[in-house]
Design a protein around this ligand. Structure first.
Ligand SMILES: Cc1cc2nc3c(=O)[nH]c(=O)nc-3n(C[C@H](O)[C@H](O)[C@H](O)COP(=O)(O)OP(=O)(O)OC[C@H]3O[C@@H](n4cnc5c(N)ncnc54)[C@H](O)[C@@H]3O)c2cc1C
Length: 468
């Protein structure tokens, strides 16, 4: 091991080879602090060439590699196992914006760029990079690409996959593939780019990407509607889409229980409704004409929805500050549920038309098997993506309830499967769900995925034990 580490030091400099417990600690525990792995070192190369040289050394010494960006992933994909044999390859020093091309509407960035910095660089060039999620101040674009992250603007702009035109990749053998093409049309064979996106670092290391930019909307406006059921929320979605078409950029469902939790744990945050309601929807429009135009569209939708008795009450934000306050409320739900205690999380997607039935059926199944369980249901309804989290009954501690995690997962994931959904909508599989997917993916699908992995990484050194 000493020979290997000394060779790494000669490639990237001793200060970028971290081995002490104190230096490596932040890279070995996951964001939610559920698991701590071990590594023989954390390696922090400065550029693609240094990274490729390290990968070649890992091949020579048969050292497993765990790629890591901002370490905000939620499925233990970027954390090594506890054998201590692997190295963590941290991409955070590859953080340059290489090129911005406002005419081609593209930006070329290195994998370790923090998402927020890419949004700012796009904005400085008079453009929008629309990927947005609560971890944007810490997560890197390499991690976003490797998990095919979703976030709050998928409805209009798609997942990270839809925002990427080209990639630069270091293969598991240490070769560099330069696929940094800013092309919107390129039918010249297998789509290697799409293979690496969402691969969770199991097929190679993403070192840079060409990303799509968009015109900046003239106005962004938010409204909040109170309603009775998720089915009414779906009707409101159809109504809004038929009227606002692609201007609708956000459509978030929040159950009344989520709102109660936010009120309870953040008493200064209040929704401006006189009464409590069973469900709430946050709508966001991005308008290319003007704020007045956006306001008129939203008011038209709200008044049509009131007339059709789809919603019981609504407010339209009158300023950016009010819009931000509504989004803040939505973003405080995960914090409020954490303050209430640990809960059993599910990041699932369902065909949008089946969501009402899924929530009704699954709530009933859980109440039958785990009386008093409290569902913290919220998410990106417009994308069919729910965070369907289950909190402990009031009379039971969270620690005791967590022991039932496998049984709760089974009820929820079986129901997702029966409704034609996916057990991981946007967070990936990592080490957390790799046995769970075996239950829901066909043998053929698993064999195809294993064949790809074997072909690209025959020594199984690239993030072993993740995804497959
Ligand atoms: C508060 C919070 C909110 C979140 N909200 C959302 C959300 O709305 N939508 C959503 O989709 N996700 C969300 N996430 C999870 C999301 O997956 C991550 O935040 C983000 O996409 C991961 O980026 P990262 O740089 O932190 O990656 P890491 O956590 O470091 O790694 C994630 C995975 O990608 C691999 N990887 C990282 N970099 C590379 C690379 N350069 N090449 C190859 N493989 C690599 C790792 O091995 C690992 O498997 C949230 C997380 C948090 C903590």
């Amino acid at each position: 091991m000493d020979t290997f580490l000394n060779a790494c030091r000669s490639v990237i400099g001793a200060t970028h080879v971290l081995t002490s417990a104190e230096d490596t600690a932040p890279y070995l525990t996951d964001w939610r602090r559920r698991y701590t792995g071990k590594a023989c070192a954390v390696l922090k190369p400065a550029d693609t060439q240094e990274l490729a040289a390290l990968v070649r050394l890992c091949n020579e010494h048969k050292v497993p590699m765990v790629p890591q960006g901002g370490n905000t992933g939620l499925v233990l994909g970027g954390i090594p196992d506890d054998s201590g044999k692997a190295v963590v390859l941290s991409l955070t020093r590859l953080n340059s914006i290489r090129h911005t091309d406002p005419v081609n509407n593209t930006i070329t960035v290195e994998a370790g760029c923090i998402l927020k910095n890419i949004q700012t660089a796009a904005s400085d060039a008079g453009r929008l990079f629309p990927l947005s999620l609560a971890a944007e101040g810490s997560c890197t674009i390499g991690g976003n690409l490797s998990t095919n992250a979703g976030g709050t603007a998928v409805l209009r702009y798609g997942n990270t996959r839809e925002l990427c035109l080209g990639l630069e990749v270091v293969t598991p053998q240490g070769d560099i593939w330069n696929g940094l093409r800013g092309l919107r049309k390129d039918n010249t064979g297998y789509d290697l780019r799409d293979l690496y996106i969402g691969a969770e670092g199991t097929l190679g290391l993403i070192t840079a990407a060409v990303l799509k930019l968009f015109p900046q909307p003239k106005a962004q406006l938010t409204a909040l509607a109170a309603l009775r059921t998720p089915d009414d929320a779906l009707r409101l979605l159809s109504l809004t889409q038929s009227y606002c078409v692609s201007s609708l950029t956000g459509f978030e469902l929040m159950s009344g229980f989520c709102i109660k939790l936010v009120n309870q744990h953040f008493p200064s945050m209040r929704l401006p409704f006189a009464e409590e309601h069973a469900q709430y929807v946050l709508l966001e429009l991005s308008d290319n004409e003007s704020e007045e135009h956006a306001q008129a569209m939203l008011e038209h939708v709200i008044s049509a929805a009131l007339q059709q008795d789809l919603i019981q009450d609504a407010i339209v934000a009158r300023s950016i500050a009010q819009s931000q306050a509504i989004w803040d409320f939505r973003e405080h739900i995960p914090l409020a549920q954490a303050a209430e205690g640990k809960n059993i999380k599910h990041d699932v997607s369902i065909p949008i038309s089946h969501i009402g039935d899924f929530i009704r059926t699954t709530d009933a199944l859980l109440q039958h098997s785990f009386p008093g369980a409290r569902m913290v249901t919220f998410g990106h309804l417009g994308d069919g993506n729910l965070h369907y989290n289950v909190a402990h009954p009031e009379q039971e501690t969270d620690q005791s309830f967590l022991k039932k995690q496998t049984a709760v997962n089974r009820v929820v994931h079986d129901s997702v499967h029966q409704h034609g959904g996916s057990i991981s909508a946007e967070h990936g599989i990592g080490a957390l769900k790799r046995t769970e997917i075996l239950r829901y993916k066909s043998d053929v699908e698993m064999q195809l995925m294993r064949s790809i992995k074997r072909a690209l990484d025959p020594l199984n050194l690239m993030n072993p034990g993740k995804l497959l």
